[in-house]
Design a protein around this ligand. Sequence first.
Ligand code: BTN
Length: 343
Amino acid sequence: MKTTKEKVLEYLKVNNRAYVSGQEIADSLYMTRASVWKAIKALQNEGYEIDGVSNRGYRLIISADSLNKSAIDKIVSANGIELETYLFEETESTNDRAKELAEAGKRSLVVISDYQSKGRGRRGRTFYSPKGAGLYMSFLMDTGIEAAKAAKLTAMAAVAVCRAIDRILEEISSNRGNTADSEVFGNPKIKWVNDIYLGDKKICGILTEGFSSLEEGNASNVIVGIGINIYQPKDGFPEEIKKTAGVLLPDGYSENDLRNRLCAYVILELIGLHNSNNTSFIEEYRKRSMLIGNYVRINQFNENQNNKYAKVLGIDDECRLLVEYDDKKIEYLSSGEVSVVKY
Ligand code: BTN
């Protein structure tokens, strides 16, 4: 059951581009003007910026959706998960920060940044990480690389991100009175092994890296780095990724605390899956796969090799891609990169 204050806040969020009169809020929410006024005062005391203009009404000022460590920690610990979080305004790469912390003896933690000056992708690519527009986070996992099997951990992270995205999109829809349902947003899909797509655009990439810690001699550490494009970057995407990169939310869908909530949900889902020691996420990974049943090009990175084409039959429990070539030969791919071929 929502409180009067929560209902008024929701109403202001849905109408944040215009002033709404106290009378309109009262009539729409079946409450008195005095309780609307009381709720607005309480919200202002909590730090919400609500502009009140006589003869026009109230408007919620949606401040920049800034990242905030205590907001993230609050959601995470309220859900029974303990994880050390480190938030940077900017850093070269959160994977590198996590690695430094591991070398300093830390075990499990997450490093988050609002901006990465040297964000890294797979195969030596850069990951464009502009300020205020995305979420860049790296988990130092409390497990050795062998136990983790990098592909499985990446798959687990992909499922966790999809679940977190579903949850945030549902919240946005409900805050907007269900005017923006999943038909507007679509559902996130996984492109084996480490990309998440919304429609035909990549909105998230995952980079899992293993390394040996100096502190621990031979013991290995695993870092799972996740980059999510949330809002359209101010200056657009760089030319080389313009055609393929997309964002989670269209313009005008900014919300207070959205990135903090999404960040906390990713933490909850990933740590929850990891702690459960259960492999049932692989079934969910298959269900969310955008490749199964499709014809794909298997990209070759060696100039002397021609690209190969195949039909994707499935993904096995080791997260290998099962493909069938035109000559009916079957192969399990454990790494690589494929692109869906459109007829
Ligand atoms: C890819 O698409 O090739 C993987 C991209 C991974 C990007 C994330 S952002 C957080 C972490 N820090 C990095 O430098 N890379 C990963």
